[in-house]
Write a protein that binds this ligand. Structure first.
Ligand code: ZN
Length: 299
């Protein structure tokens, strides 16, 4: 069981770009997401690989045809929130408004229910257990935002590395959580599932992680962004280190992804395998994000 997931956003909507491209200027930025996503559709079609596309609601409203094209090509339409707000900038009320708006936009365009959510920048963490209750309330069936690794800006290092059930508190309802692939090495979870880990490292760690998951009968979920495949995009005036992280390897991403897709077979969207993913989750211990009872509740 292995899946490609795509977070559909512009390069200038990423967290790192916010410092040089403020939200107030988004309407005036050049859009490149349509061509980059169409290129991914071609690549996925060549390898007969249905995938899951986590769309931003604001992208869907600006490029409605793109949502329909992705859905018509047989891919799953899922939700990446509306305005790419890191959850640390939202609260239960504003997150509910954000995801509800995006979910409705996407369902109206795609003509299919939107089952899954991925937070911008993997921002479902122990700092915001209420996010799980918000996703329940908004009608999502799964979350794909919990990264079982140690990172300064995200991650829950002790989260299960296979699909699991997650709850905000011990007495709250659980939600299916589908984590990205990690490679178990020396007792650590090495992130190898995509993004910068895909572009900055040799391809071998990702291939090793996929082989290990196959051997362990563990679902393997990879993630990419359309802008990571856009070699000709104008470079944002970011600090040197951020620029390296953002743009290194974009010229070889298509070739590398083709190699990943042809090395392993049987790629499906997450929605296609939801019963199996749920069955795996029932074999894992549930993760409770907060043991306290004083968390803010959704009104
Ligand atoms: Zn994103």
């Amino acid at each position: 069981m292995r899946s490609i997931t795509i977070d559909v956003e512009e390069a200038w909507q990423t967290e790192v770009a916010r410092k040089v491209v403020p939200r107030s200027s988004w309407d005036h930025q050049p859009s490149r997401v349509v061509d980059a996503t169409q290129g991914l559709l071609t690549l996925l079609a060549e390898h007969d690989a249905p995938a899951t596309f986590f769309f931003l609601g604001c992208i869907a409203r600006q490029h409605p045809r793109l949502v329909r094209d992705v859905a018509d090509a047989g891919h799953e339409i899922a939700c990446h929130g509306d305005g790419h707000d890191h959850l640390s900038r939202l609260n239960p009320i504003s997150m509910l408004a954000d995801v509800t708006r995006a979910k409705k936009t996407l369902e109206d365009l795609a003509g299919q229910p939107v089952l899954g959510y991925r937070a911008p920048t993997w921002s479902v963490t122990r700092a915001n257990p209420w996010a799980i209750d918000v996703l329940h309330q908004a009608g999502f069936l799964y979350d794909a935002s919990i990264f079982p690794t140690l990172h300064p800006n995200y991650g829950i290092p002790d989260a299960p590395i296979s699909p699991f059930r997650v709850a905000s508190r011990p007495d709250s309802p659980t939600l299916l959580a589908i984590p990205p692939l990690v490679w178990r090495l020396g007792g650590r979870n090495i992130p190898v599932a995509g993004g910068g880990y895909f572009r900055l490292l040799p391809l071998q760690p990702m291939l090793s992680g996929l082989s290990q998951a196959r051997r362990d009968h563990r679902p393997a979920i990879l993630y990419f962004h359309p802008w990571e495949f856009d070699a000709d995009q104008p470079r944002l005036p970011l600090p040197l280190l951020s620029r390296l992280r953002m743009y290194r390897g974009v010229g070889s991403s298509t070739r590398r992804m083709a190699r990943v897709l042809s090395t392993f077979a049987g790629w499906t969207s997450l929605a296609q395998r939801l019963p199996e993913l749920s069955a795996v989750a029932r074999t894992q211990r549930p993760l409770v994000l907060s043991t306290g009872s004083s968390e803010r509740q959704v009104a």
